[in-house]
Design a protein around this ligand. Structure first.
Ligand SMILES: [Zn+2]
Length: 130
């Protein structure tokens, strides 16, 4: 999604990741399956990698054409990112009117919500020490 237009006509640009007005949301009903998918697949990766059979794991879990010689941290990053994208929706905060535009899937239209009081920065980074 490269840009979206708010009801107030403000264009909200999606230039990638680490945007203070963009968020991914994880429905609570997806939390357990996401954790189960990641922990199960990574356990399998550890087991196969210890026997130098990492490529078997890549063939099973990564898209066709994924590089077979990828380093392990990049492989884990790409796998987790894929699981996150598959289980989350996107949300944007309009910098003009403060509306939240919620997309359950990138090809669907947005549901928009107007704050009861002026609001900005709802999607700023949540401090984390992990
Ligand atoms: Zn707006």
């Amino acid at each position: 999604m490269s840009s979206v237009r708010c009801t107030c006509q403000q264009v909200i640009r999606d230039t990638g990741e680490d945007l203070p007005y963009k968020a991914r949301f994880l429905p609570d009903q997806n939390v357990e399956s996401l954790h189960r998918s990641v922990s199960s697949a990574l356990s399998e990766l550890v087991s196969l990698a210890s026997r130098n059979q990492q490529q078997e794991w890549i063939g099973k879990y990564m898209r066709k054409g994924y590089p077979m010689e990828m380093d392990t941290p990049s492989l884990i990053h790409d796998f987790i990112w894929g699981v996150v994208v598959a289980n989350t929706g996107l949300a944007y905060e309009c910098g003009n009117c403060g509306r939240l535009l919620i997309y359950r899937k990138t090809d669907a239209s947005a549901k928009s919500f107007v704050p009861e009081a002026p609001s900005k920065g709802i999607f700023n980074r949540i401090p984390s020490n992990v």
